[in-house]
Ligand binder design. Structure first.
Ligand code: IMP
Length: 436
């Protein structure tokens, strides 16, 4: 059985959690490979809404084991809180089921304090991070001074490492940012307790997953964030500090490319982003409220992690083609089609104009991107409520056209269309030939 990978095709919040949940039903192992608790994945099962930040959404199924891969930066306090929440709801999060790579890096209060101090110092030029310490934790990792989860099995070494880590960062916090220093002894004591909890969960994730794949068992890599938040391929510097793209799935779990089966790009029927940075198709005023919702429903466009109102706009096919190239999508899942019901016409961005010239690609330079104007094609809308659609034929013709237009433009099959937040509110369109 191959490794299937779920990737966000936009700026995150595409609804990846629900597809992890859908595919996890037939999966033996689900692994997170990048990011940390900056992610927020919502899965709705009947009346139950699960909001997860670190633990893979696959945990909600009984069968799959779940793995935090080496590419993740994990905050042990958040992880344990999430475990406790799942235990309360009767979900097994024991060490046989929930594994942490020894090579994944640990987030500490120093990383969080640095994230806050840096953002504050940037003022209006801030990235708009989730303030979860993600960037500073990856800086330590790349700077070869990070703390890895393997330390949880070695209490004395962990205590010494925490002391050295906090003392080093206190220097930066106090001397560069004028912030308060942290108490190394208190942090070491706190982390000693986390280590006791988490040491039994440690594993060599790469070996474990390789055994699974060789035994013909299905493995799913659960993406966090999205292609345009990728440190290399996103809207740098308004990005996260990891590789949420398909390449990152391989390095972040320790699996080679021969194992890859599907790479499923998850894309909202429109676009959203949180944080700062350019957004060529951004909508404002009534249109933005129409796409975002008012916040009254859990699926409205307000951050799962931060509660911030998301910026929203029309679907941008220039971005989706860019994401398709970076990730080699084998197929695409479209989410939140139901939100577009009731519009007379739906604008879809098919290209940009830059200094009067039409361009079909996503520019690397932020300065150029900031000058791009979207070229919209107007597609016919539909008035019907599509939340009850369960088959392709249940969708109104104009909604089918909208999906087909995306498939043809990106030259990629569209396997699923979600029409509401519920687990069952998905149309499986994989048997429909949308490309010819
Ligand atoms: P960081 O990952 O907290 O460093 O934040 C960097 C940028 O990525 C900010 O614009 C965040 O809003 C954005 N970001 C991080 N995680 C997510 C996510 O899960 N969904 C959407 N945006 C995210």
């Amino acid at each position: 059985m191959p490794l299937n990978i779920i990737i966000g095709a936009q700026w995150g919040d595409e609804g990846k959690g629900r597809f992890t949940d859908l595919l996890a039903a037939d999966t033996d192992a689900v692994g997170r490979f990048s990011g940390g608790d900056n992610a927020g994945h919502t899965v709705t099962v009947g009346e139950d809404v699960f909001k997860l930040h670190l633990i893979p959404s696959g945990i909600i199924h009984e069968k799959a084991i779940c793995i935090i891969g080496n590419g993740v930066v994990m905050n042990p306090a958040v992880f344990i809180r999430e475990m406790d929440g799942l235990i309360e709801r009767g979900i097994d999060v024991g060490p046989e089921r929930l594994k942490i790579s020894r090579a994944c890096h640990i987030i500490t209060p120093a990383h969080i304090a640095l994230d806050k101090a840096k953002e504050m110092a940037l003022g209006t030029g801030k990235i708009g991070t989730t303030l979860r310490g993600i960037g500073p934790a990856y800086m330590d990792k790349i700077g070869r001074s990070g703390l890895r989860a393997g330390l949880f099995a070695h209490p004395e070494a962990l205590t010494a490492a925490i002391h050295a880590h906090i003392e080093a960062h206190n220097n930066t916090l106090t001397k560069i940012y004028g912030a308060a220093p942290l108490d190394a002894t208190a942090v070491a004591a706190e982390y000693a307790v986390y280590a006791q909890h988490l040491a039994p969960h440690l594993a060599d994730a790469s070996v474990l997953l390789d055994d699974y794949l060789k035994a013909g068992r299905a493995v799913l890599a659960e993406g966090a964030q999205g292609t345009f938040l990728d440190i290399d391929h996103g809207t740098y510097p308004f990005v996260t500090s990891s590789s949420p793209t398909a390449g990152g799935a391989l390095t972040g779990l320790g699996i080679g490319p021969k194992m890859v089966g599907r790479v499923i790009g998850v894309c909202k029927a429109f676009t959203s982003r949180v944080g700062s940075g350019p957004f060529p198709c951004e909508a404002e005023g009534e249109t933005a409220v129409r796409l975002r919702g008012t916040g009254a429903n859990p699926w409205d466009e307000y951050g799962t992690t931060t509660g911030r109102a998301r910026r929203v706009g029309w679907l941008d096919l220039v971005m989706l083609r860019h994401a398709g190239r970076i990730n080699s999508f084998t197929d695409i899942a479209i989410t939140k089609l139901d939100i577009l019901s009731g519009l007379a016409e739906i604008p879809v961005c098919v290209a940009y104009t830059l200094d009067g010239e039409r361009i079909n690609h996503f520019p690397h330079s932020l300065e150029e991107l900031g000058r791009c104007e979207p070229v919209f094609e107007l597609l016919p809308g539909w008035q019907e409520d599509v939340t009850g659609a369960r088959t392709w034929d249940d969708l109104p013709k104009a909604a089918q056209n909208y999906i087909e237009y995306i498939a043809k433009d990106t030259q990629t099959p569209i396997s699923y269309v979600s029409v509401g937040p519920g687990r069952a509110q998905v149309v499986d369109s994989s048997a429909i030939d949308l490309l010819s």
